[in-house]
Design a protein around this ligand. Structure first.
Ligand code: DGL
Length: 271
């Protein structure tokens, strides 16, 4: 048993989709979340810049006595996971492997779509991981660079003409490719489930990176006998690198629960 908190970080608010699932699956766990809201989006930046940011995010979280870190960011997971793992002596989990494992289990026709940030698609990490599970699966990828800034600005609801137009533009070319499974390879995208599902239609199964990575964390903690005491109520603490008012305004939508604690602002450049 281990009652120390789990650290979670993302470039912004998207990782809260993983926090929501962690809290649902493991209500006894304490969570410390950092969203790098002053530097979001990461997905349009170079691998070097993303790694630099991810190292600072990790250093900030490591100021707490954590039992594990969940990199709840597709972009950091696809570009920097191996380096961060090698540099840190606590378990660090990313979103790619659990998400791909689920997609491989779900596809029937072995045609899987991937949508993610430009950096994630460029890395080829999702394709490599799927092929390692099953080399006969074909992966068709599309970068959707406007999705993260739109979601961070609250433009994710069905009927919102801006997000609906952008979604049709990005996803139009995926329709007609015959995919039966679509990986939402960025943790911001679960908020777009309805919009994306509306464009892709009911025959395409959507895979949620936030949810799959939370399952993976639960499996890993259980395997190392590091789950928290089931009798306790877990707490969550939130940190952001930009205005906390903006974080607080949107966080409830990602978490699907009231943010009962205030958010603390930190200067991530000092880490
Ligand atoms: N939630 C991040 C991801 O999963 C968003 C990346 C970004 O900031 O562009 O990729």
């Amino acid at each position: 048993m281990d009652n120390r908190p789990i650290g979670v970080f993302d470039s912004g608010l998207g990782g809260l989709t993983a926090v929501r699932e962690l809290r649902r699956m493991m209500p006894s766990e304490d969570i410390i979340y950092f969203g790098d809201t002053s530097r979001v989006p990461y997905g349009s930046r170079s691998r070097e810049t993303i790694l630099k940011y991810a190292r600072q995010d990790t250093r900030f979280l490591r100021g707490f006595d954590l039992k594990a870190i969940l990199i709840a960011c597709g972009t950091v997971s696809t570009t920097s996971l191996d380096t961060l793992k090698a540099e840190n002596d606590i378990p660090m989990l990313g979103v790619v492997e659990p998400t791909c494992r689920r997609a491989v289990a779900m596809t029937k026709n072995k045609r899987v779509g991937l949508i993610a940030t430009a950096a994630s698609v460029r890395s080829g990490a999702y394709e490599r991981t799927i092929r390692a599970f099953d080399p006969t699966i074909e992966v068709i990828s599309r970068a959707c660079p406007l999705f993260v800034p739109l979601v961070e600005n609250g433009r994710f609801r069905p009927g919102d003409v801006v997000i609906e137009t952008v979604a049709r533009e990005y996803l139009g070319s995926l329709r007609g490719t015959g995919i039966d499974t679509l990986i939402l390879g960025c943790t911001h995208y679960p908020l777009l489930m309805e919009v994306i599902g509306g464009v892709m239609g009911p025959d395409v199964t959507l895979i949620n990176a936030g949810e799959e990575s939370a399952w993976e964390m639960k499996r890993a903690l259980r395997a190392s006998d590091a789950l928290a005491d089931p009798g306790r109520a877990g707490e969550a603490a939130f940190y952001a690198s930009d205005r906390v008012e903006d974080f607080e305004k949107l966080a409830g939508m990602f978490l699907q629960e009231d943010l009962r604690r205030s958010v603390n602002q930190i200067d991530i450049e000092t880490y």
